[in-house]
Design a protein around this ligand. Structure first.
Ligand SMILES: Nc1ncnc2c1ncn2[C@@H]1O[C@H](COP(=O)(O)OP(=O)(O)OP(=O)(O)O)[C@@H](O)[C@H]1O
Length: 233
């Protein structure tokens, strides 16, 4: 049976009773959630991760054919430079046995010698690989990513995107990739959801949306990331 996560209803309201997010969608395989700053992407991720105060959650109904908890969800934040503890060696930031740590480093294409280093001795790309390896310490089923390449240079960005693609396919992970940058998901996510002011305004197969956007907002997002570039399979 294929696995999926269905967000049947998610309503997040501020303490002043404004609707911040009011959406529903399904993650069937790899889904990108795209919108400009303030559109509600991070709130959506935090709600799935159970990180929002209950006072903000007005309604949350999520169904999936596996239990959603910290053992089954992996989270990759934006900035690898701040997501690891600076004074702790890499090997002490994993939550698993030594053999497994080495296996995970190999899986993300890093040398096991890095385990004895401190975060400041690694490049941004290497750090983000470590963060991904740590997220895979459990047998996760859903990977959530919050702009995982924003803090990286262009070369590291491509390496990390390729790694994410390879790992999600190899480990059969569901993925929700949050970004404002359509360019980063064009070869990575099968489906795209466009979010504006906390509401979904357009969604579908990535290729269809990129080649034939219906909404002006989507066109604007595409134009802003694809200046001088073209999306054609
Ligand atoms: N705890 C909170 N209480 C009230 N309003 C909030 C809270 N957190 C976020 N907001 C508001 O909700 C809206 C959506 O915020 P969110 O952080 O989800 O945006 P985003 O799409 O992730 O933006 P960015 O790309 O800049 O991170 C914004 O208007 C923000 O000001």
């Amino acid at each position: 049976m294929s696995i999926a996560v269905e967000i049947k209803q998610l309503l997040i309201t501020s303490n002043r009773n404004e609707k911040l997010v009011d959406i529903n969608f399904t993650i069937n395989s790899s889904t990108a959630l795209i919108g400009q700053s303030g559109s509600g992407k991070s709130l959506t991720l935090k709600a799935i991760l159970n990180l929002l105060p209950s006072s903000l959650i007005s309604k949350k109904e999520i169904s999936s054919n596996f239990e959603l908890n910290h053992n089954t969800i992996g989270f990759i934040p934006q900035n690898p430079f701040t997501s690891l503890s600076p004074m702790t060696k890499i090997k002490d930031q994993f939550f698993c046995e030594d053999n497994k740590k080495m296996e995970l480093l190999e899986l993300v294409g890093l040398n096991k010698d890095l385990l004895n280093r401190f975060p400041k001795e690694l490049s941004g790309g290497q750090l983000q690989r470590v963060v991904i390896a740590i997220a895979l310490s459990n047998n996760i089923k859903l990977l959530l990513l919050d702009e995982p390449t924003t803090a990286l240079d262009e070369a590291s960005k491509d390496t990390i995107l390729n790694l994410i693609k390879e790992l999600t396919s190899k480990l059969n992970l569901l993925m929700l990739f949050v970004t404002h940058d359509i360019d980063s998901i064009k070869n990575l996510c099968k489906e795209v959801i466009i979010i504006k002011d906390g509401k979904i305004i357009e969604q579908g197969i990535t290729e269809d949306i990129l080649n034939n956007p219906k909404e002006e907002y989507t066109k604007m997002l595409i134009n802003s990331t694809f200046k001088n570039k073209e999306f054609r399979k």
